[in-house]
Design a protein around this ligand. Structure first.
Ligand code: OGA
Ligand code: NI
Length: 347
């Protein structure tokens, strides 16, 4: 299985569609989801929310981290040490990027070979139903994949802001991997070592969800689990949209101020032999406001074999997954697009 080098159909920017709709009208058929995957947009406030973990808290947080990972696959971290101004600046530079004229953004148009740059679809299946979003995808680590020319040159502060932001995410990734290792009863460096030590991967997807005149018919991002190790999401502070699966319900996340939403990816599900699960999530859109989120994926070194930790196996808990490199694994999602959790043998 290899990725084709170009898209199967001409790329249409969802931002342009949204601007053409001018707040009214109908969305093209390509974005209309089958009835069973459409969002159920109710006005009722959902009571549940994903657990908040305060990293500055003294004492034992391991138990609550373990519970959040087991029960939700998601948590939000506060007092994580990343400056609030830096988080705001990161949102702001990308907002300004997407506000630029289309010709400026088109210079960074991406292809399915690496996905780096400005994109409007995931997956290369001809005739697929598409999501109501554009995005920008970039590699930060490993260093040899970081290409400064692929980072937007405007707004002028983008590269500098994102450089500091990226360093902070990598630092936080180390902190969280330690917490997760301990909470699984493993040595504190276990997950970091399994990810390749210093040689982890880190890549960013900035999601841009334009206003949608028919938000009940489509999704900003279809249901999926994240294929990598762990994700640090900086949600839009003003516009909700992320929904997390809980049984057969979808819970809309209410982010705490300046929190990062952290979720378990498929590689930690494999390493933990499903003690922790990567949980499906999706994004709904709305007709009143656009939404921007920064999803930073913290991943194992891509050519290392990832397999269930021997320490977590027992006669009644055999390994549930074969060993596979992350390179092999992510070809699936890059070819098929977001499809629930079908890549881990569930659908
Ligand atoms: C993702 C993702 C959620 C969001 O990019 O993988 O799940 O709120 N994003 O944009
Ligand atoms: Ni995701």
């Amino acid at each position: 299985m290899a990725c084709p080098s170009d898209w199967p159909e001409p790329i249409v920017r969802v931002q342009s569609l949204s601007e053409k709709c001018g707040g009214g009208g109908r969305i093209p058929e390509r974005y209309v989801k089958p009835v069973e995957s459409r969002p159920w947009l109710s006005e009722e406030g959902e009571e549940a929310n994903i657990p908040v973990i305060d990293l500055a808290e003294e004492g034992e947080i391991g138990g609550r981290v373990a519970e959040a990972c087991r029960e939700w696959g998601f948590l939000q971290v506060v007092n994580h040490g990343v400056r609030p101004e830096l988080m705001e600046a990161a949102q702001e530079v990308w907002r300004r990027f997407f506000q630029q004229p289309m010709e400026v953004k088109q210079a960074y148009a991406n292809s399915p070979t690496t996905y780096e740059g400005y994109g409007s679809r995931l997956g290369v299946e001809k005739g697929a139903i598409l999501d109501w979003s554009d995005y920008y995808f970039l590699h930060y680590l490993p260093c040899n994949l970081r290409d400064v020319n692929k980072w937007p040159s405007l707004p002028i502060s983008l590269r500098e802001v994102m450089d500091e932001y990226s360093r902070e995410i990598v630092r936080l990734g180390g902190v969280l991997l330690k917490m997760l290792s301990i909470s699984l009863g493993l040595s504190q460096d276990f997950l970091q070592n399994s990810f390749g030590g210093e040689d982890v991967g880190a890549c960013l997807r900035v999601n841009y969800y334009p206003k949608c005149p028919q938000p009940d018919l489509t999704l900003g991002l279809s249901s999926h689990s994240d294929p990598g190790g762990m994700t640090f999401l900086l949600p839009d502070q003003n516009v909700p949209g992320l929904q997390v699966r809980r049984g057969d319900r979808w819970i809309t996340v209410k982010p705490a101020p300046h929190a990062f939403i952290v979720n378990i990816g498929d590689q930690i599900q494999v390493l933990s032999n499903a003690i922790y699960n990567s949980v499906e999530h999706r994004v709904i859109v709305n007709s009143a406001q656009e939404r921007i989120s920064l999803a930073y994926f913290y991943n194992p070194k891509s050519d290392l074999l990832i397999q269930p930790a021997k320490e977590l196996l027992a006669p009644d808990r055999p390994a549930l997954y074969p060993a596979m490199t992350f390179d092999e694994y992510r070809l699936f999602i890059r070819t098929k697009g977001p499809k629930g959790k079908s890549q881990l043998g569930k659908s």
